[in-house]
Design a protein around this ligand. Sequence first.
Ligand SMILES: [Zn+2]
Length: 458
Amino acid sequence: MKKWRYTLMLAAVFFLASCQSAQQTNTVSEIIVIEGATVIDGVSDTPIEDAIIVIVGDTIQSIGKRGSLEPPPGARTINAAGKTILPGMFHLHGHVAMSEGFDRRMENYTRERIQRDANSYLYYGITHSISLGLDQEPMLGFLADQRAGRAGGARLYSAGLGFAAKDGWQPAGVEEINRPTTPEEARALVRKELEKHPDVLKIWVDDRLGELPKITPELYGAIIDEAHKNNVKVLAHMFYLEDAKELMRRGVDALAHSVRDKEVDEEFLALAKEHGVTQVATLVGHYGNLTYPQDTSFLDDPGVPLMVPADALETLRSKEYQNQQAQSPTRERSRRQYETALKNTAAIAAAGIPIAIGTDSSGASRVQGLWEHREMEHLVKAGLTPMQAIQAATANGAKLLGVDDKYGTLEPGKVADFVVLNANPLSDITNSLQIDAVWMDGKPVNRAALGHYGSGAN
Ligand SMILES: [Zn+2]
């Protein structure tokens, strides 16, 4: 009861404070009560059935089982019986604006397409998304504008331009990533990159199965160390078990792919624990073209015609395209790598190492926003429970990004960002796509306005 009275008192104080400021600004913080839903708060392993959420302005003021707290006077009540509510989702590994349908190149990288992609993520309830390693202007201007409230969509984060070996890994479409040759140069390039205020940094540690030079531990060690001196985290693209281990010894904060050459061993698990590393499994990215031709139900999602240009969608739906993907000469290799990634994800989850969501989403064949839901499906396929997959997509991402004081869970004092579902994903994780509404900053998002292509009616 005491807690209940305290909550009411807080509500009154908050309400009065908003009325006072309203005299100056002419806006009153509305109080909204959402009643009757099943709430997965991102923290607890048990959902709150028949919940009540009290939202004041953009903030969750209180949350609990209905009857455990009294709705404050003057609140607008929304009946959400039969719905399930999740925190807004976090995505740590995608690439914005590079693609128009299947066409991926630097010329596509415009402000309009950055906004398009931020909107696509938000349509699907991804409220936070990192663009990992290919960003320059106009992204920096977009981020400044978004953070000043002048641009909408999912809250985007950027790793600026990433780091790789000289003559080494070449991300499709981008020439000018950082390619240091000495530790001193690596540190200087990190400092230069940090002048653009990226949220995290990205390193590619990969030789494309022996074809290319790979950045050395000495160089990426210097990059990680210099970033950490400036309180910036580092995520790494990697492929091999031995590289993942060395990255962890050198202090990397997150692995942005799964280890795909071997099964992870005790030493890997011990290093991940010792260094507090987050595993961004990116399973749906590794699954890639194995999707075709048997696993294409995502094409029927009502958001797809809004987010994929009509000609590209026609191609994705065509038997020719699907058969072509199914007959790819690298298919068996991809399958082995994906199956290794699945096993590794299971072992990492069982060891209690945090897993977060990444997808490599970008372009027509990896629909931004939708792919993050598919990643949860793959995590469940790996052996995580639906609850663990949801925590990976919410609280774990917020922690890695360092914004868990405000986002990632549904708790008093957190920003009211959440996804309202028509079906419960704990009974079937694919129910996470049964989206009824997306809320951001305590307000429902106009999802219909977020589509970029077509009407969705066809
Ligand atoms: Zn990537």
